[in-house]
Each structure stands twice: as C-alpha cells, then as structure tokens.
Design a protein around this ligand. Structure first.
Ligand code: GBH
Length: 489
C-alpha cells in the first residue's frame, strides 16, 4: 500500500460525508400523502427480496431524521448525499398531477436542519423509486416522450423548492442499474425480463437499451432546464452519477486486454460517452446494432456536455476475460480469481464485491483522462461477510470495512496528490445499514449498525475513519472499544 501518500490531507474544500437513498431508509410509505413507487409493490412480491421484506419501515428515517442529523454531525461530515422521493413530491408523478406540499415541507425542513449543522446537502433526484402511477399509465422509462416531460417537471419542482439551498444536484443514480437490473435481469423494480420464470412480460434484448436512452434524455432535459432557468440565480452544479467498477484484463492476452475495455464500454461508456463525448462507444453499436436507439442531431446537442462533473459510484474491480454471452457486460466474463488461483482481494458479503483499492485509483485515472472533468465520488463501500449474523458488539468492529476504506482513501489521496486527478468529493455508502434492494435487510453496507428490532443506531469502527484521514486523529473509542488504524498511527 502506498504509505507515502498518507501525510497529505484532502483538499480544504473537499466534500465528504456519507450517502443514502430515500427508499432505502425512509419507511413511512403512506405518510403525509406520499404516493406509491415501483419499489413498494415489487419488494412485496414473493421471491423478489431475500428476506421477503420491503421498505415499509426501513431505518425509519422519515421519523428519525433529527436523530440521524445529530449522528451525521457527530461523525464530523461536511456533506450528506441523500435522495428525494419523487412520489412524496408529486404522489402520482405526472406533469399535470398535483404537488404535495407536505412532501416538500419534509425535505425543506431536513435541508434546513443539515445546513444549520454546517452540512452541505448533496441531492439525488432519482434513486430508482419511480411513481407507480407512471409505470401503470405508460410503462415508465419505456415511454421516452412521456417520461421525459414528467421527469423534467419533477426536477423543476425540486429546483424551485430547494435550489435556493441545494447547490449540488444529481439527476439520476446509476442508470445502468435502472435499465439492466430493472428491464434486463429483472431483479430490480419493475422486474421486467425475458426470463418467464421471473417476469410475465418483458424483452431483455431490447427494453434495457430503450430505457437507457430515455434516462439519458430525461437527465439532459432537466440539466438544460436548470442551466437556463435556475443556474443564473441559484449558481449550483448539476450532473449525473454512474456506477462502474474498474476492469482489469485477466491476463495480458490481446483478447482479454480488449475485453477489459469492452466491459468499461458497456458499464460506463454507454452513458458517459454520450454525455461527455457526444457519441456512443463504437463497440456497443457493433454488438447491439439496430437495438441501440440513436439520438436525433438536436438530441445529441442536448446530451453532449449535459453534466458539470463526473459522478462516480464504484465498489470493486473485475478481472475480464473475452467471451461469455452476458450482453449486459459486453459479452465479457468477470472473475475475481487470478490465473494463479489467488483471489483479487477480501470477499464481501455480496458475490459481486471484493476489496481492491488499486482498482479504485486506476478507475479515477481512467475517468479523468477520458472525460476530463472534476470527479465527485458519490458512492463507495463494502458489506462485511456474515455481518448480519454477528452479535452487534462484534458487527460494529467492522475490520474488513475499515481496511476497505483505508485502502480506498489511500488510493484517493494518491490519485489527488501523486496522479493529479481532480477529485472533489467522497461519499462512502452508506451512512446507515439499510434496505439493500433485492438483498432485503440481510446485507449491511452501513458505517452505522441499525438494530431493526429497536431502530437503535450503533456507530461501527468504520464510522469515523474519514475524519481520521482528514485530521489524523490517532485513535478513538466507540462504545467502549478502542479502535485504532495502524496505517495512520
Ligand atoms: C449501489 O449500486 C446503489 O446505488 C445503492 O443503492 C446500493 O445500496 C449500493 O450500491 C450497494 O449495493 O450481479 O449483474 O446483478 C452499486 C452498483 C451494480 C453493484 C450492479 C451490484 C450487481 C450486478 N451495483 N452490481 S449483477
């Protein structure tokens, strides 16, 4: 590990804090006039979540918001990334549907509370919880013309209501997941897929690409609106955040070197190339042909340059081998097992996640070189294997997560100070253990342990690691346990 970088701190105006999303923490699905979202019903269908549980209670943050802000403040964060629930603001979702003043009032008060504690709100407009009524009326993201207008109106209502205080906006969280997991694999709401055991309808060969297309356009229209009508007075930044993990060739054979780039094209380039460079990755067109919807020249003009920064969510690194028939990964095979049989890193609770900090640094370099914009890291995190089965006092000594964050923050400092990458924020996922989508509550990503019986919050050892990176606190105590970070001593 690059120990030499640890005497350098994060830049002074660097935004760091923790991230969450509305559906994963709020609960109170019927409170104050909220309308249903596509995740409300989907999570309750048999077999959709591992524990059969949905978002009814989650971490009860709709009620416990004061306590949550107190806890955030105690962690010393500068910023907090959260999302707004569309169906709390416009319960039926559509451009002619009524606005819900109670929903606006809730977020408004929450934002005021953050600001009064010196915490900068970093707001996601769409983190997967589409109003159910838009799905029912016209198929949600499948219907480009309708959804673009409805989403843009929702964004407008938010800019109007909160933009005097919110200066960092994310239009969308991880459109790859919206399209591929929602309409390809069918594991996320609305759960459409060609797999008839999973879904009564859907076409995984066409729908994900249509959905991705709609998401890009909706994003671009909202950004245009912000820049024209709000930015001149509100002076904020607006962008999109994309998921994407580093792709490393399995070995140095030419086909596996190509495979790594193909993986990046399908995971990241699908969205980032249009938005930052103004074209689709040629390899995607080659694989998808006419299934890839194109933009008109007017649309291309709107899409290109439609993000003020690169929003980066990243968790792991995949070793990439040519071949396989997983089109959603660009027909690239992923593994964590090196040719010599060793593992890339520490295995997380989720099969898709291993700890590999060098990959985080490589990805930062790749994105900065290719897209040439400041990078905001808006998610990064780790779920400790078996954490949910441990007694609380053991779970909160989350050594694998501390190691993970030690690695990524060291890589972050290296990228900033040694490689010259312009990184402006770092938001570990997540502030709290929460509703982990198809995993239900069995997978815990939080730096705060949530006891779902009592809703009591317990800071884990990882909770204050960033404060340490910033000011080098030698060690600290949580619930009577002394926690130390050897790397920084
Ligand atoms: C983030 O996605 C989400 O933004 C956040 O809401 C979530 O809680 C957090 O991660 C932790 O999971 O094996 O084909 O199903 C992370 C990006 C991309 C990671 C898809 C899991 C699984 C691919 N995710 N990936 S697949």
């Amino acid at each position: 590990m690059a120990v030499a970088t640890i005497d350098k701190k994060l830049p002074k105006d660097f935004l760091w804090g923790f991230a969450t999303a509305a559906f994963q923490i709020e609960g109170s699905m019927a409170a104050d006039g909220r309308g249903p979202s596509i995740w409300d019903g989907f999570a309750k269908l048999p077999g959709k979540t591992q524990d059969g549980k949905g978002g009814e209670v989650a971490t009860d943050s709709y009620n416990r918001w004061r306590e949550d802000v107190d806890l955030l403040a105690s962690y010393g964060v500068k910023s907090y990334r959260f999302s707004i629930s569309w169906s709390r603001i416009i319960p039926l979702g559509g451009r002619d549907d009524p606005i819900n003043p109670a929903g606006i009032a809730w977020y408004s008060r929450f934002i005021d509370e953050l600001l009064s504690r010196g915490i900068t709100p970093f707001v996601t407009l769409y983190h997967w919880d589409l109003p159910q009524s838009l799905q029912d009326r016209y198929g949600g993201w499948l219907n480009k013309d309708e959804i673009v207008q409805d989403y843009t109106r929702y964004a407008k209502v938010c800019f109007e209501a909160f933009g005097d205080r919110v200066k960092h906006w994310l239009t969308m969280n991880e459109p790859w997941c919206v399209a591929i997991l929602g309409y390809g694999r069918g594991v996320f709401a609305p759960g459409r897929s060609s797999d008839r055991e999973r879904s009564p309808e859907g076409d995984s060969s066409t729908e994900p690409w249509i959905v991705g297309h709609s998401v890009i356009l909706a994003h671009a229209h909202a950004v245009k609106l912000y820049r024209e009508e709000f930015k001149p007075t509100q002076k904020g930044l607006v962008g999109i955040t994309l998921n994407g993990d580093w792709a490393m060739p399995y070995d140095d054979s030419p086909e596996n070197m190509d495979a790594a780039q193909h993986a990046l094209d399908f995971a990241i380039g699908w969205y980032a190339d249009p938005i930052y460079l103004g074209h689709y990755p040629p390899y995607m067109r080659e694989v998808l042909g006419a299934r890839m919807p194109d933009f008109t020249p007017e649309e291309w003009a709107l899409v290109k340059g439609s993000s003020d920064f690169y929003g980066m969510n990243t968790y792991t690194t995949n070793l990439c081998r040519a071949g396989g028939d997983d089109e959603f990964q660009g027909n690239v095979d992923y593994t964590f097992t090196r040719p010599d049989g060793t593992q890339l890193g520490t295995q997380a609770h989720c099969a898709w996640l291993q700890d590999y900090p060098d990959g985080f640094r490589s990805l930062l370099n790749y994105l900065y070189k290719r897209y040439k914009l400041p990078i905001y890291v808006t998610e990064n995190g780790f779920a400790v294997k078996g954490e949910n089965d441990m007694p609380i006092e053991q779970a909160i000594i989350d050594t694998d997560r501390v190691n993970y964050f030690t690695g990524t923050t060291t890589a972050l400092l290296g990228a900033i100070h040694e490689d010259g990458v312009d990184v402006r924020s770092y938001f570990p996922w997540s502030f709290l253990d929460n509703f982990e989508w198809a995993d239900g509550y069995l997978t815990r990503f939080g730096v705060t342990y949530v006891d779902y019986e009592t809703q009591k919050r317990y800071p884990k050892a990882s909770a204050k690691f960033l404060l340490k990176v910033r000011v080098f606190v030698p060690n600290f105590t949580i619930l009577g346990f002394s926690v130390s970070f050897p790397l920084y001593m």
